[in-house]
Design a protein around this ligand. Structure first.
Ligand SMILES: Cc1cc2nc3c(=O)[nH]c(=O)nc-3n(C[C@H](O)[C@H](O)[C@H](O)COP(=O)(O)OP(=O)(O)OC[C@H]3O[C@@H](n4cnc5c(N)ncnc54)[C@H](O)[C@@H]3O)c2cc1C
Length: 370
C-alpha cells in the first residue's frame, strides 16, 4: 500500500487525508497541536459553541459540488446574513456591502453622491487604494476600506497591496435590494450540528494514523522524509498544509503573514447584534478590532447569555498570507521548486486566500487525478 504523510490537520489536511484513504492509501497525519481540525474546529466556552473567526461556508455557486460534498457528512443550513460596518463619524451602523439607503443617512452624503456621479465608468488601478477609489470614490473608500485594510494587514500604506488589484476597475453600483439577499450568486451556510464541522474531521480521518502534539521540524525533500522529536517518517507522497518556505528551511527568506488574537466575551443578554446580523466590521481609524462576531447567529445555540468574539490583528500567529506581489512571487518560487512528490495545499500551503469551499474543491480535484 502506498504511504502518504500529511503535515497539519486543519481543514485541508483532513480533506486530503480523506481523498487519499478513499483511494486506499495509507495515511499518517502529523499535527503539532493536541487536537485536529485547525482553525475550523468548534470549541465551547461556557457551553457556547464557537470557532476562531466566523468560518461559515461561503462560496460562489460554481463551488456547489463542495457544498454538496460537505452537506452529506455535516448537514448544512442555508443562512441569510447581514454584515454591518460601524461608521463612527455618524455613530451609525451601515450595511456592508454598501447600501444606497445608508449613504443617504451619512453626514457627508452630498459629497459622496457627487464623487460617485463624477467617477469614470472605468479606470485602471495598480493597487488596493486605486482600486477602491475607482470603485466607490475617495470618501467611501476612506470610510469603509482604508483604515480597515491598513489594520487587517498591518501595513503603512494601501498602495503596498499591489497583488490582484492591477485591473480595469468598474465603478461599483451601490446595493439597492433587500439587505439579507446580497451578495447574490453565493452559497452561504453553516453546519446544523452543535459542534459545527467537527464530525467532518472525525469522518475524514477514519482509518488514518493520527499523530497529535508532534511538530514537524524539517522535511528532507530528496528522501521524502519528515522529522519530528527524535523520529522520522518516510513516504511515497508528502502533502504539506503549512507555509512553503518552511519546507526549504526559509532559504530565500521568510514569507509574510498576519495573524489574529481572539477575545471571547460572554454577555448577560440573549442577543447582542440585531436579527440577521452575524458580524460587524470596524473600519474606523482608531479601533483595534477588525470584526465582532455573535456565534449564536451561526450555531442557534440556546442560552440566556450570548458569546461574542473580537478579532484583533496580531503578528503572533500565521493566518492570512500577505498577498503583495513581492511575497506572492517569493511563495511561487518556493512552490515551483517543490519536487513532484511533495504537494503544498490549503491556505498557507498555496499562499492564497482560499476558503473552506476552495479547499474542498482542491481535494475533489486531487482525488480525480490520484
Ligand atoms: C480568522 C479566520 C476566519 C475565517 N473565516 C472563514 C469563513 O467564514 N469561511 C470560510 O470559508 N473560510 C474562512 N476562513 C478560511 C478557512 O477557514 C481557511 O482557509 C482554512 O481553514 C485553512 O485550513 P488549512 O488546513 O489550510 O489551515 P489550518 O487550519 O491553519 O491548518 C494547518 C494545521 O497545521 C498545523 N501545523 C502548523 N505547523 C505545523 C508543523 N510544523 N507540524 C505539524 N503541524 C503543523 C497547525 O497546527 C494547523 O492545525 C477563515 C480564516 C481565518 C484565519
Amino acid at each position: 500500500m502506498k504511504q502518504a504523510i500529511i503535515i497539519g490537520s486543519g481543514f485541508s489536511g483532513c480533506m486530503f487525508a480523506m481523498m487519499l484513504r478513499q483511494k486506499k492509501w495509507n495515511v499518517t497525519i502529523v499535527e503539532k497541536s493536541k487536537i485536529f481540525g485547525g482553525g475550523v474546529r468548534t470549541f465551547f466556552h461556557g457551553g457556547h459553541p464557537y470557532t476562531y473567526g466566523p468560518r461559515h461556508f461561503i462560496g460562489p455557486e460554481k463551488n456547489m459540488p463542495a457544498f454538496e460534498f460537505l452537506n452529506k457528512i455535516v448537514p448544512m443550513r442555508h443562512i441569510k446574513k447581514i454584515n454591518l460596518s460601524y461608521q463612527e463619524k455618524d455613530d451609525f451602523f451601515a450595511n456592508y456591502p454598501i447600501h444606497i439607503d445608508d449613504i443617504k443617512k451619512l453626514s457627508d452624503s452630498k459629497k459622496i453622491f457627487s464623487e460617485l456621479d463624477n467617477l469614470p465608468k472605468e479606470t485602471k488601478s495598480k493597487n488596493f487604494e486605486e482600486f477602491w477609489i475607482g470603485r466607490v470614490g475617495k470618501t467611501l473608500y476612506e470610510r469603509f476600506n482604508k483604515y480597515y485594510n491598513l489594520r487587517a494587514w498591518q501595513i503603512k500604506s494601501n498602495t503596498e497591496m499591489d497583488y490582484g488589484f492591477e485591473a480595469t476597475v468598474k465603478r461599483k453600483p451601490l446595493e439597492t435590494g433587500p439587505r439579507n439577499e446580497f451578495p447574490t450568486g453565493y452559497i452561504n451556510a453553516y453546519p446544523t450540528n452543535k459542534d459545527g464541522y467537527n464530525k467532518f474531521f472525525d469522518v475524514a480521518l477514519e482509518g488514518c494514523n493520527i499523530l497529535l502534539g508532534k511538530e514537524i521540524k524539517s522535511v528532507d525533500q530528496d528522501k521524502l522524509t519528515v522529522h519530528f522529536d527524535n523520529e522520522q517518517l518516510k513516504a511515497d507522497l508528502i502533502i504539506s498544509t503549512i507555509s512553503p518556505d518552511f519546507l526549504f528551511d526559509y532559504c530565500w527568506g521568510e514569507l509574510a503573514y498576519v495573524g489574529r488574537d481572539f477575545y471571547k466575551i460572554v454577555l448577560p443578554i440573549k442577543q447582542a447584534l440585531p436579527d440577521d446580523v452575524y458580524f460587524i466590521y470596524y473600519p474606523n481609524e482608531n479601533e483595534q478590532q477588525t470584526r465582532v462576531t455573535e456565534f449564536k447567529k451561526f450555531t442557534l445555540h440556546k442560552s440566556n447569555n450570548t458569546l461574542i468574539t473580537l478579532e484583533v490583528p496580531s503578528m503572533k500567529n500565521k493566518l492570512y498570507p500577505t498577498m503583495i506581489k513581492s511575497q506572492v512571487n517569493l511563495a511561487n518560487k518556493y512552490l515551483q521548486s517543490l519536487p513532484e512528490k511533495i504537494l503544498s495545499v490549503g491556505r498557507m500551503g498555496t499562499y492564497r486566500y482560499v476558503d473552506i469551499d476552495d479547499i474542498i474543491m482542491q481535494g475533489l480535484e486531487f482525488k480525480k487525478n490520484l
